[in-house]
Design a protein around this ligand. Structure first.
Ligand SMILES: Nc1nc2c(ncn2[C@@H]2O[C@H](COP(=O)(O)OP(=O)(O)OP(=O)(O)O)[C@@H](O)[C@H]2O)c(=O)[nH]1
Ligand SMILES: [Mg+2]
Length: 380
């Protein structure tokens, strides 16, 4: 690199001269103007000083790093980064700790963390999770049938069979109402509430049949489902077969009067219209019809076993904001292979359970829920 100075009266000419001598790629650093002194009558002229830097040949040739080379370097860096990070990512995915708790690898989708369990206890846990029992619920229940294994310092079953262990847990965490019955000779009222099509009407009549035929009780049925076309007809037909009184009522005052008239009966079963748990307005309507009888009515929340866990919890949650729930009445167990709800709902919500509907036949397809019956459905 070299700096040259050109002097003259025309700046354009100076630049031209520099280019001719040094080439087109000169670098103009700066220029100065110098005013020449006046001489008698002549005005002083403006003179220019141009400072130019010559550019080395090397600098003019190819850039130090070619674009392709730069690209290669970047690609190499990315490759290296992927190679070092991938094993870690892969490990993280496979590690049980990183999976949502209710997913089980054994079932092809991942595995829940049951580090503190071993042997049969672990086998039982995986079986339950495979039936959609939430891992936290499964752990709670299984631990009841476990003791600490001294060799491994982990929990293992201390019962003869897995079913026994599960029953122990179920007894500890789930309340069972037993068959609907009368205490102290007073009239008992049950209202079947729940989402659409879960089996409220069908199962109400299964209960009515058992009470009338097996227990020789005095039963009346009231339907507040005046909304659905044919609903009242379906219920009336069942009532006629059983030869029991049937009422179709849509006003709360009339309902209260009718209940008053039926004082000497053993049971009143109230059928309600199925409502989406998201339909607050319509749930409010049911509450309004039943109002004034809150204290006397046992609200039986009917829920289908083939509901997904999240949906079922949502149903319970929404219905609980309107009604005090007496018990969960499960239906359609015959329509699912994964009845985890049977444990998840009562354990997590602490609501009691009453019955389970096992099919469409009235009155046969109904069982009173007990710890043994519940365990059978989970373990086959
Ligand atoms: N597979 C099976 N079907 C059932 C069971 N319980 C009821 N059902 C059927 O489910 C359908 C709906 O039953 P309903 O008793 O009318 O249901 P609901 O809850 O009263 O319905 P809405 O009044 O419309 O809300 C009918 O076809 C029943 O036979 C069950 O345990 N298993
Ligand atoms: Mg119905």
């Amino acid at each position: 690199m070299e700096i040259k100075v050109y002097e003259g009266y025309d700046l354009e000419e100076l630049i031209q001269k520099a280019k001719e001598e040094l080439g087109d790629d000169i670098k103009i650093l700066h220029y100065e103007t110098v005013e020449e002194k006046k001489f008698f009558f002549f005005k002083g002229r403006k003179k220019y000083k141009l400072f130019v830097e010559t550019v080395d040949d090397e600098e003019l040739t190819e850039p130090v790093v070619k674009f392709e080379e730069l690209l290669e370097k970047v690609e190499e860096l990315i490759d290296r980064k992927i190679k070092t990070s991938l094993p870690k990512i892969a490990q993280n995915i496979a590690s049980p700790e990183n999976l949502p708790p209710h997913i089980s690898l054994e079932n092809g989708a991942g595995t829940a963390v049951f580090n503190e369990f071993t042997g049969d206890a672990l086998h039982l846990l995986n079986q339950l999770v495979g039936k959609d029992v939430l891992p936290e619920v499964a752990k709670k229940l299984v631990k009841e049938g476990c003791g600490l294994d001294i060799d491994t310092n982990k929990w293992d079953l201390n019962t003869l069979t897995e079913k026994e262990a599960l029953i122990k847990g179920i007894k500890r965490y789930i309340k069972f109402t037993g068959a609907f019955d009368k205490e102290d000779g007073k009239l008992k009222i049950f209202a079947f509430i729940g989402p659409t099509g879960v089996g409220k009407t069908t199962n109400l009549f299964k209960i009515a049949s058992q009470l009338v035929i097996d227990k020789k009780k005095k039963v009346a049925v009231i339907s507040t489902d005046t909304f659905k076309v044919g609903a009242s007809h379906q219920a009336r037909t069942y009532a006629n077969i059983l030869n029991i009184p049937f009422y179709s009522i849509s006003e709360s005052k009339k309902l209260r009067n009718t209940v008053e008239e039926l004082k000497n009966f053993d049971f009143i079963l109230i059928d309600t219209v199925g409502r989406s748990h998201y339909d607050y307005w319509r749930l409010g309507e049911i509450k309004e019809i039943l109002s004034g009888l809150e204290e006397e009515i046992n609200h039986v929340l009917t829920i289908s076993c083939n509901y997904k866990n999240d949906d079922a919890f949502e149903v319970v949650h929404k219905y609980q904001t309107f009604f005090t729930i007496h018990s969960l009445f499960f239906t359609k167990i015959d329509e699912t292979l994964k009845p985890g709800l049977l444990l998840n709902l009562p354990v997590e919500t602490r609501l009691s359970v009453s019955y389970i509907s096992t099919g469409q036949r009235v009155p046969e397809d109904l069982k009173v829920l007990t710890p043994e019956v519940t365990a059978s459905y989970l373990l086959g």
